[in-house]
Design a protein around this ligand. Structure first.
Ligand code: T1G
Ligand code: NAD
Length: 704
């Protein structure tokens, strides 16, 4: 159990909170802080108190694992610590290092002063967990920083680096060198200066921009559709201006508690732990050595190769890029350069930084040029014979021990490993499935081949973190986790169109649900031609007895490949990405429906949502049963970070648990009677019969 200690440094009492790894306010910690505060207060030799986190110094706030669980009745909480700090007649100085977040920052804001080392980040990330700060953050921060700064921090949950925080008055000093020494020196100065020592509660908020609430409200209406917490944050900050301090604190707590009990918050907390759970991979432990990746190479400088090379450069890793088509290589470099130029123009990165990143990308003319790389990612066309050939050439060109990864979307990576037996036997082949645009999308599916060694996997997982990616491990199958599930989703889109929904109906239902984009708009953005070509190539494999919709094929036959041809499910004005409903498409769909003898009807949003999401749930259950996905929460992460599923709904499997698997099973079984592709997954049958959810399954797998 965590605690807190008190040490004397001359006339300064230093309280160190000790609850590794991030000094969260778990049961026992607030009580220990209170006791140390009392001791320091009673000690006449102490003139001022420094309060800091132990270890690397983080103060991560409330213990998230405790939410929704009962807090022992006689145990003090952070909300007892804060008034005790404010009552202290000796000045209390928060000394911050690493991260100071949530309740950690709220505690620091209640101190008389705050100092921090330069690499510290401060923030109120509560909104990302579905609630506003609940220990006074919404009332104190706007009294310390100006209102628009506080509002942005609380509504968006963004972290502010120490230097910026000092500019905003959140920190009184940024300490160079040893933090403890600097904090003690600062405390001595303030103690010598004598009272009064300022408290946030006594200050008046400064409304620096009178239009800020309205502007933020409008922004949230667009960006945070369907979510409650961001708006709740805004309302709480507004109260800092309209209510007396103590009344504001009371109201903040009410809003906090209501939000904490919401499905939205439950979902976001689920995602927080899911992200940390995803790093736990059977057979890989802290003791598994990860090899350093000092140099990388990418083969294929198309859409994906270009984005992946950018990822490496952004992470400071030298990367070689090659393509059999010299023109493609030139275009890739031009695209990367213009990407950086636009980031410079928008003030995201400095010119020198952009140049430095550009310099890390080295074009090479042949695949032999990848020699010396620790890891090579293949991103050529999605054709097995071509990839086999590329793998063989790479195997000959690469150093012994170098990892060869494929960015294939669907193909059998075990088969690819078999084409390079020596490297397969060394455990050095696997899939690294990036998502487009690779430099933006956070998801990386790490496809674990049967032969991949624990070291290779550990290396790639560590690399993913350096690249800023969220890695989810998937087994080998057609399409892995995400794309395999996608098939049922897009199939139902075409069926619904035939049955009477328009592209606008489908997209509006799904964005209304919270998806980042509707499926028809996504198809237009990604391009309809690639899957069309694939469907034509695989036509002989299709079961002719099963329902098939020709809607997408028919669009492609008319040259409607999506945005790139100015027309797909929608039409587009030249240079614009705004989808415009097109009567020609409506007529085309009606024609296809008539040919198939389908009577058209009007279809409501609820039915659209069910018809598109239930196949995801059903396929997700199959992936779990087959061991392709390690846990349901991994499936959630894939759909949130790769396919625009709303994070605040917790991912598709978490959402399904909320709907109830028995209810979903009933609908799936009913649809199965009249339409192909709906056969309930065995796992869905079992869980529904047992009255269980996917969370129960995950919990059992964790052994608790
Ligand atoms: N509570 C419980 N466990 C936490 C935790 C927390 N607040 N923060 C981190 N952990 C665990 C995490 O699960 C992991 O465990 C380990 O610590 C290392 O974390 C009243 C109500 C601090 C930036 O939202 O953003 O205060 O998986 O792997 O990448 O208003 O953790 O190893 O077993 O993420 O270095 C607000 C959440 C709470 C901060 C460190 N605070 N944490 O990142 O390591 S609400 C937050 C983070 C609140 C008040 C309210 C990050 C980090 P394990 P990690 P990291
Ligand atoms: P792309 O057509 O944009 O680029 C492929 C590049 O590979 C072309 O520049 C081509 O010249 C090059 N190439 C072909 N043969 C080569 C060879 N022998 N040696 C070197 N270069 C060669 O394709 P893409 O969209 O970037 O897809 C690449 C891979 O990534 C595919 O396997 C695809 O399935 C996968 N993928 C694509 C996406 C996506 O959204 N586009 C997403 C994830 C994964």
């Amino acid at each position: 159990m965590g605690g807190a200690s008190l040490e004397r440094h001359g006339a300064i009492g230093v309280i160190t909170i000790d609850n590794p790894p991030v000094n969260a306010m778990s049961v026992g910690v607030p009580g220990a802080i209170l006791s140390r505060l009392e001791e320091a207060g009673a000690d006449d030799a102490i003139e001022a108190i420094v309060l800091r986190g132990g270890g690397r110094g983080a103060l991560a706030g409330a213990d998230i694992a405790m939410f929704g669980k009962p807090w022992p009745e006689d145990e003090p909480t952070l909300r007892h610590v804060i008034p005790a700090i404010e009552r202290s007649t000796k000045p209390v100085i928060a000394a911050l290092a690493g991260y100071c977040l949530g309740g950690g920052l709220e505690m620091a804001l209640s101190c008389h002063y705050r100092v921090a080392s330069r690499e510290t980040g401060v923030g109120q990330p509560e909104v990302l967990l579905g609630f506003p700060p609940g220990a006074g953050g919404t009332q104190r921060l706007p009294r310390i920083a100006n209102v628009s700064t506080a509002l942005a921090m609380i509504v968006d949950g963004t972290r502010v680096p120490a230097e910026k925080a000092a500019e905003h008055g959140i920190l009184d000093r940024v300490i160079e060198g040893d933090l403890l020494q600097g904090a003690v020196a600062f405390a001595e100065e303030r103690a010598a200066g004598g009272p009064p020592h300022p408290l946030a509660r006594d200050r008046t908020p400064v409304l620096d921009d009178p239009g800020i609430f309205e502007a933020t409200r409008e922004r949230l209406a667009r960006r945070a559709r369907g979510q409650r917490a961001p708006l709740a944050c805004l309302e709480c900050v507004e109260m800092a201006l309209s209510l007396p301090f103590d009344e504001g604190i009371r109201r903040e707590r009410e809003v906090f508690e209501a939000c904490m009990a919401s499905a939205e918050s439950k979902a976001l907390r689920h995602v927080f732990f899911a992200e940390r759970q995803a790093r736990r991979v059977p057979g890989i432990g802290k003791e598994t050595p990860a090899r350093p990746v000092e140099r990388a190479a990418i083969v294929g400088a198309g859409t994906m190769g270009t984005g992946i090379a950018t990822c490496f450069a952004n992470a400071g890793i030298p990367v070689r890029l090659t393509d059999s088509d010299g023109g493609a290589l030139e275009r890739a470099l031009a695209a990367i350069r213009s990407g950086y130029e636009s980031r410079v123009a928008r003030g995201r990165i400095g010119t020198a930084d952009a140049e430095a990143r550009m310099a890390l990308i080295e074009p090479v003319e042949t695949m032999e040029g990848v020699a010396g790389a620790d890891l090579v990612i293949e991103a050529v066309f999605e054709e097995m014979p071509l990839k086999e050939e590329v793998f063989r050439t790479l195997d000959a060109a690469c150093d012994e021990g170098a990892i060869i990864a494929s960015n294939t979307s669907y193909l059998d990576v075990n088969h690819l490993a078999d084409t390079v037996p020596r490297r397969r036997d060394a455990g050095c082949v696997l899939g690294m499935h990036f998502f487009s645009p690779a430099q933006v999308m956070r998801l990386l599916e790490v496809v674990r081949t049967d032969s991949a060694s624990p070291e290779t996997l550990a290396t790639v997982l560590a690399l993913a973190q350096r690249l800023g990616k969220l890695a989810v491990v998937a087994g080998v199958c057609h399409g892995f986790i995400g794309n395999r599930m996608l098939e049922g989703y897009t199939r139902q889109v075409r069926f619904l169109l035939e049955e009477g929904a328009s592209p606008v109906d489908v997209d509006a239902a799904m964005t209304g649900f919270g998806m980042a984009m509707g499926p028809c708009a996504v198809a237009d953005l990604a391009g309809l031609d690639v899957s069309w070509r694939k469907r034509k190539a695989d036509a002989h494999l299709r079961d002719p007895s099963k329902r098939y919709s020709a809607v997408a094929d028919r669009l492609c036959e008319r040259g409607r490949f999506g945005q790139k041809t100015g027309a797909g499910y929608y039409r587009y004005e030249p240079g614009s990405r705004t989808p415009i409903p097109d009567p020609e498409v409506d007529a085309l769909i009606a024609e296809v429906a008539a040919e198939s003898g389908i009577a058209r009807r009007s279809i409501g949003a609820d039915e659209i949502v069910e018809r598109l999401l239930y196949p995801l749930v059903n396929e997700g259950a199959r992936l779990l049963d087959e061991g392709i996905a390690l846990r349901a929460s991994d499936v959630d992460l894939v759909w949130i970070n790769g396919y625009g599923f709303p994070r605040w709904r917790g991912g598709v499997m978490h959402w399904a648990d909320g709907v109830g698997l028995a209810a979903i099973h009933e609908t799936v079984a009913r649809l199965d009677e009249s339409e192909d592709y709906w056969e309930p997954a065995p796992l869905l049958n079992r869980l529904a019969a047992d009255g269980k959810g996917f969370a129960d399954l995950d919990r059992a797998a964790r052994g608790g």
